[in-house]
Design a protein around this ligand. Structure first.
Ligand code: AVJ
Length: 338
């Protein structure tokens, strides 16, 4: 998708890029320290999955998207290409697109290219500065696209708050990649209500959700033979070593993926290979791990196609269309705010 040759300037004026007002401490060290301190002392020990996305974590996740066993991204890009025209009709040429967790920006580029929406204003919300910078480059390379791009380095919640509403045309809110799968049911319901509150009746929500599939496929996707997902997971400890002056021994922890069929979720854990003590100076914390004790770093819920509607409609949306990649078992669902 990424174009290697920049379009001629007269065809594609460089997008006006602006970073919205910084969000005080969206992911500032002080919050990292406080949250890590809190979550590592819970039973079971845990760390919020959004901390996986520093610069290296975002790059590792991009690499994961190329793995043959991790099919979410390719399936979704294909569905976006196939149905972009229909999706684009939800906002028309003067609308705006907001993407939460935009990552590399490739999906938005795909959507805008195939939807034929050269005039839209794009808002990108992501925690990673590096990912936002790459997205801006990717969007700048779209031939014929005069999209204005605004980046928000923020959590979903803060990013939504920061959206200007004065100049807003019809809005398409894109929440792709099954990012919603990181939330448990109450969390997802609360977030969907926040999404709805940021929209007006008639605005659209485009939601990507990974569907339940055979356990062996899920385990290959989350514990891949190349070890990229293990690196993605362990990078969280590397990040804490760097940013919180911690002394995690990366070789002292194993990556583990577990499918919990009863809860319909994949869990990622970091398992302590032996009894060990870890100091996190920047969080004013010492942790004693027992052999086999785990840190729960991510939940990735998997859905039934019909369950998506049941999850989303109570938040104030009506389902308009649903497209499913049956081979990858992935669904893209378009809703209207009611
Ligand atoms: C970006 C959160 C959707 O849950 O599949 C990839 C992250 N974790 N491999 C997912 C992830 C392990 C991904 N999301």
């Amino acid at each position: 998708m990424r174009k290697t040759t920049p379009a001629a300037p007269e065809l594609a004026p460089a997008p006006a890029v602006q970073a919205a007002a910084p969000h005080a401490g969206a992911d500032a060290p002080i919050d990292l320290a406080r949250e890590v301190r809190f979550y590592l002392q819970q039973t079971p020990r845990q760390l919020p999955s959004r901390f996986l996305y520093d610069a290296l974590g975002s790059a590792l996740f991009d690499a994961i998207c190329h793995l043959p066993w991790y099919r979410i991204t390719r399936a979704e890009v294909q569905l976006l290409e196939q149905h972009a025209r229909t999706i684009g009709q939800a906002i028309g040429p003067s609308g705006r697109v907001v993407e939460l967790g935009s990552g590399s920006g490739e999906k938005l580029a795909t959507l805008l290219t195939h939807a034929g929406l050269p005039g839209v204003h794009a808002h990108l919300v992501d925690l990673s500065d590096a990912a936002l910078a790459r997205s801006v480059q990717t969007l700048a390379m779209l031939p014929g696209l005069a999209a204005r791009v605004t980046t928000h380095r923020a959590t979903y919640e803060d990013g939504l708050q920061a959206l200007p509403d004065a100049d807003a045309g019809p809005t398409l809110l894109a929440f792709l990649g099954s990012n919603i799968g990181n939330f448990d049911a109450p969390g997802a319901a609360a977030l969907l209500r926040q999404l709805r509150a940021a929209l007006r009746p008639g605005d659209a929500l485009l939601l990507g959700t990974d569907l339940v599939k055979p356990e062996r496929d899920l385990l290959l996707a989350y514990d891949d033979p190349l070890g990229l997902t293990a690196a993605f997971n362990k990078n969280l400890l590397l990040r804490l070593n760097t940013e919180l002056d911690a002394d995690f021994d990366l070789a002292g922890f194993d990556h583990r993926a577990i499918w919990r069929g009863d809860a319909s979720r994949i869990e990622m854990h970091l398992v302590s290979r032996g009894a060990q003590q870890v100091r996190l100076a920047g969080a004013d914390l010492r942790v004693d791990f027992e052999a086999g004790e785990t840190i729960w770093t991510e939940s990735s819920y998997k859905f039934e196609a019909a369950g998506v509607r049941q999850l989303v409609e109570p938040a104030g949306f009506g389902q308009r269309q649903q497209w499913i990649d049956e081979r990858a078992r992935f669904a893209l669902t378009l809703f209207a705010a009611v």
